[in-house]
Design a protein around this ligand. Structure first.
Ligand code: AHG
Ligand code: MN
Ligand code: MN
Length: 364
């Protein structure tokens, strides 16, 4: 295949940095490190059964059940280690947090500490690994609080309690038929495809935008008996099709890899719901705020879509816990706004419960 003249990830990042003449280049270096971790994970995933990284984590790699009570796959653990190994040494990080680690990760004393926090889901959709369906990695970059930067002290959970509006960059890698990296540094959303000849990510989708309207929705309907009234109403109206209140037929999709659903929605529109439900009173939602909802939310908003809890914009939620779960709705703007309106129009019996109160920065 001929060598293409497409811009590489490195070139794209240099171009972006030129918008800020004072910038040090540390953010770029950090994103490049993350992209190397993603390439390494893509290779590990591609070896499948041949790579001895399939199955649950307990046997070989010490992983068993993570802090959230989920069985860790070997690849969850391996991917987590790849993120750490590529990002810890560079001097750009004050600390890290991941789905697979109970507490914040401290940069070892052997390495310098920097000004950023890296938060990640090393492998999203990992229940799909054994059936050879797309999985991905999701990451979010925040600035560390100033006193952490000044003192170089160990990070604590409170340092990560920043709303999504404070993200400096966010992205995901998708390990599908091709490996892609989708990134925002707060200036739109760009998609890169991994060129297997060169091992470089190259710009293939320079201005990703989410269509405002759609006729496709994604929700795990096996949970329907636990849904709240506004979600039931929304889904019922979609299912009613042409002769119902929406006046058109809808398609459904459910991959069970949120990162793959987000990618489909970025490519052709749609809406994704993993809403707050009544399945387990201890868990207000399935997905995690800091390393799933916020980075995907930032990307959606940057692509002209919308992300919400159903009640408040996702990026305005003030986090309270590292592994906090939250109801998540994202995608085509008009659909997400409609779902928010349905929530406003319904008063739920538990709306006064402190567990279910989402504290927004800008609203009660
Ligand atoms: P993870 O593999 O990081 O734990 O995340 C899996 C998530 C998400 O990707 C997906 O949308 C959801 O879990 C699927 O949940 P169900 O099994 O309830 O469909
Ligand atoms: Mn996940
Ligand atoms: Mn995961």
């Amino acid at each position: 295949m001929p060598l293409s003249k497409r811009q590489t990830l490195t070139q794209y990042l240099i171009d972006q940095r030129r918008r800020f003449p004072g910038a040090s280049g540390e953010l770029n270096a950090l994103i490049l490190d993350v992209s190397i971790a993603c390439k390494a994970i893509a290779r590990a995933v591609a070896f499948g059964e041949l790579g001895e990284v399939m199955g649950d984590g307990a046997a070989k790699l010490g992983g068993e059940v993570n802090v959230q009570g989920e069985v860790q796959k070997k690849l969850d653990v391996v991917s987590n280690e790849m993120f750490i190994a590529t990002a810890e040494w560079s001097g750009h990080l004050a600390g890290m947090a991941s789905e697979e680690m109970d507490a914040p990760y401290q940069i070892p004393k052997a390495y310098p500490r920097g000004k950023y926090l890296l938060v990640f889901d090393p492998l999203d959709g990992s229940s799909n690994i054994d059936v050879n369906v797309s999985v991905g990695s999701i990451f979010s970059i925040l600035r560390a609080p100033q006193d952490v930067i000044d003192s170089g002290r160990d990070v604590v959970e409170a340092d990560f309690m920043q709303p999504g509006t404070r993200q400096v960059a966010a992205g995901y890698a998708l390990y599908g038929p091709v490996t892609m990296l989708v990134l925002t540094v707060g200036n739109g959303v760009v998609g890169f495809t991994l060129d297997p000849n060169l091992g470089e990510f190259k710009v293939t989708h320079p201005h990703i935008t989410v269509p405002a309207d759609t006729h496709e929705f994604a929700i795990n309907s096996s949970n329907s008996r636990f849904w709240e009234a506004p979600v039931k109403r929304y889904v019922d109206e979609c299912l009613a099709g042409k002769t119902g209140p929406r006046g058109k037929d809808f398609n459904t999709r459910w991959i069970a890899s949120m990162v793959a659903e987000a990618h489909r929605i970025l490519m052709r529109g749609g809406v994704f719901l993993y809403p707050r439900d009544t399945k387990d009173p201890k868990k207000p939602g399935r997905l995690r705020l800091l390393y799933e909802a916020n980075p995907i939310g930032f990307i959606m908003e940057q692509a002209g879509g919308r992300a919400s809890t159903g009640r408040v914009p996702m990026l305005e939620v003030q986090p309270t816990e590292l592994h906090q779960r939250i109801g998540l709705v994202f995608g085509s703007r008009n659909e997400v706004e409609r779902i928010e309106r349905y929530h406003r129009e319904t008063v739920t019996p538990d709306s006064a419960s402190p567990l279910f109160t989402e504290r927004s920065l800008f609203r009660d």
